[in-house]
Design a protein around this ligand. Structure first.
Ligand SMILES: Cc1ncc(COP(=O)(O)O)c(C=O)c1O
Length: 343
């Protein structure tokens, strides 16, 4: 099978498995796992922040950050297609009592002026805005990269309003390589970030929430309250460290392969936006196919694709997609798009 559904489907590589087997571990709830502590220090330093905390998932890392930045019954602003309000099953409201308000889906290009106009100050019996969240890269926008200049303008907006800024950086690694922006430069633009080790980087589990030492101390408490306190988890932190060392810079290959997939499918009018990173968003409205039928037909021929809506699909390149896999996927998808779905 050529599995193009997501970059979360990767399995640990042999080198990563060896690093996991050799990891020194301890009880991390007691603060005694040296491999976890080393990973947390390394990632905090990469982004130029004081501290970081290893969390089991990107969703938990995001939700811990949001609870730290927005008190109950106060407001977070984000994109209508943001992961934090689309795919985290209402956690901001459920865990944090956080009120969310969204700006129209921006395709990964948020408008700082529009966001400035949305920020509500204290008083007037209105829900006050406490934080703005952006997603880098933007998943539902097809892995688009928010320009660093836009982020700088947005930082100016939140500073002027006295509110905080969070980055859902599940795929910030891809933005760093696509735009050549140092991770520390991204780090300096946000009060808190979450970054994921188990997507493009290829570790089996884990995200980190990043911020000031004071906030991360409180994050440790929130993680435990949410059931995310983990014990001898150095085996997973070792996989994440290995990924940073050996599987970060290769993401440019995933970007090139996504570009090739898009170029081969573009003549059929199904590529929603030219990919900048490893996601190829598909809009099938002009193809005669609906997404579930195309996915089912492709599966029968050995290719797995994501279905995100009745006519919306997605292809994702990752660690296990080499040039041969791209060739096989192109052959199958081109043949299907040339034909018509079975009645
Ligand atoms: C942009 C973004 N943020 C957060 C997450 C959540 O990660 P997890 O599945 O580890 O909870 C995802 C998962 O796909 C994502 O794409």
């Amino acid at each position: 099978m050529v599995d193009l559904r997501s970059d979360t489907v990767t399995a640990p590589t042999p080198g990563m498995r060896a690093a996991m087997a050799a990891a020194e571990v301890g009880d991390d709830v007691y603060g005694e796992d040296p491999t976890v502590a080393a990973l947390e220090a390394e990632v905090a330093a990469l982004f130029g922040h004081e501290a970081a905390l290893f969390a089991p998932t990107g969703s938990m890392a995001n939700q811990i950050a949001l609870q730290l930045l927005v008190p109950p019954a106060q407001e977070l602003l984000c994109d209508a297609d943001a992961h934090v309000v689309t795919y985290e099953v209402g956690a901001a409201a459920g865990y944090g009592g956080i009120s969310t308000r969204t700006w129209p889906a921006s395709g990964g290009a948020p408008d700082p002026d529009q966001i400035a106009a949305m920020i509500r100050p204290d008083g007037f019996w209105a829900v006050p805005t406490r934080a703005v969240a952006v997603e880098q890269t933007h998943n539902l926008a097809g892995g688009q990269v928010i320009a660093v200049e836009t982020l700088r303008r947005l930082r100016g907006v939140v500073d002027e309003a006295g509110v905080a800024m969070h980055c859902d950086g599940a795929r910030i690694w891809h933005a760093h390589l696509a735009d050549g922006v140092p991770l520390a430069e991204y780090g300096g633009l946000f009060d808190m970030l979450s970054v994921c080790m188990s997507k493009g980087l290829g570790a089996p589990v884990g995200s980190l929430v990043i911020g000031s030492a004071e906030r991360i101390e409180r994050a440790r408490w929130l993680r435990k309250r949410m059931g995310g306190g983990m014990r001898q988890v150095g085996v997973l932190a070792a996989a994440a460290s290995y990924a940073l060392r050996h599987q970060l810079t290769r993401l440019v290959d995933d970007h090139a392969r996504a570009a090739r997939l898009a170029a081969e499918l573009a003549p059929f009018g199904v590529v929603a936006a030219p990919p900048r990173t490893n996601l190829v968003p598909l809009d099938l409205r002009r193809s005669g196919w609906d997404a579930p039928s195309l996915a089912a037909a492709a599966r029968e021929r050995g290719v797995l694709i994501s279905v995100l809506g009745p006519r919306i699909g997605r292809l994702v390149t990752h660690l296990h997609i080499d040039d041969d896999a791209v060739d096989r996927a192109v052959a199958v998808l081109v043949a299907l798009l040339r034909s018509r779905p079975a009645a």
